[in-house]
Design a protein around this ligand. Structure first.
Ligand SMILES: [Zn+2]
Length: 278
């Protein structure tokens, strides 16, 4: 009998170190529904939290469905953050998670999310979402709350400066032709008008009549370009661009990013692109 116990201990050590169980860490375990939420969480959490994203980084989140393994991972979270609307699955899963999981719906208290879920594409909304995330972190991991606050404050002040650049860029009154209608809140903030080839979900391809109508509008307005999100692809934008003899240019929705860039970098890149319509 004496020899059996060490063998069992070794076996169990091997099992836990072979990836059958997730790496043990003393840090706060945070799960996020998709890339925008993941990025906000890592910005505030820094080295003090382990952040795990459910929708793979380069994947479009609108029609995502989690696996049973995803749900099992979520049930072990200290904090689970979702946006609302775009990640309908998350809302359903969140309702059935154990009480030990602190759930944050980052669009709570922000209006309009039922009709258009892309609320992070607006500086005020993004900062409100970061504040919700900070509050959850400060409660779930009170010992590090000052560090979470410092990171959020530093980042949001950088966002304030970029927001000012947007305000002074001369975007007011401009028309924004896009494939995926994700930029409603951005347009609202800076006085632009969005004309989208596809709907808000970006799932269905436009009909030939819709294509012709947008091409007609582009010609009437003398618009220089149509924008597409590289995550979704440029196929439709290129067809319209060729019909209307204009350019097709990238404008990020921040729903995912193959290059793992942060919100500030993407929003700066978007401003550079938007300068084409001024
Ligand atoms: Zn979208």
């Amino acid at each position: 009998m004496k020899k059996i116990f060490p063998i069992l201990i070794i076996l169990s050590l091997l099992l836990t170190s072979c990836g059958t169980v997730e790496v043990q860490s003393d840090k706060m375990q945070v799960y996020t529904s998709f890339y925008a939420m993941y990025d906000f969480a890592r910005t505030i959490g820094g080295d003090d939290a382990d952040i795990h994203n459910i929708v793979p980084t380069g994947t479009e989140p609108h029609d995502f469905e989690p696996t049973a393994a995803d749900i099992a991972r979520l049930s072990k979270a200290d904090v689970f953050i979702y946006n609302g609307g775009i990640d309908g699955w998350a809302e359903k899963v969140a309702a059935n998670l154990p009480e030990t999981v602190r759930v944050v719906c980052a669009s709570e208290n922000l209006s309009g999310t039922e009709s258009d879920p892309h609320i992070w594409l607006n500086f005020y909304n993004a900062q409100m979402q970061m504040e919700s995330i900070y509050k959850a972190f400060a409660t779930a991991d009170n010992g590090n709350s000052q560090k979470y606050l410092d990171r959020m404050t530093e980042y949001t002040s950088k966002l304030d400066r970029l927001e000012e650049e947007y305000e002074n860029a001369g975007l007011r009154g401009k028309k924004l032709f896009v494939t995926h209608g994700a930029y409603g809140y951005l347009c609202e903030e800076f006085g632009m008008e969005q004309i989208a080839l596809e709907g808000i979900s970006g799932e269905s391809d436009p009909s030939p009549a819709q294509m012709a109508a947008v091409v007609g509008q582009i010609k009437n307005e003398g618009a220089p370009c149509i924008f597409y999100d590289p995550l979704e692809g440029d196929k439709m934008a290129r067809i319209v661009a060729s019909e209307a003899d204009i350019e097709a240019l990238p404008l990020y929705t921040f729903e995912g990013d193959g290059e793992n860039r942060d919100y500030l970098t993407i929003m700066r890149e978007n401003l550079n692109q938007l300068k084409r319509i001024i």
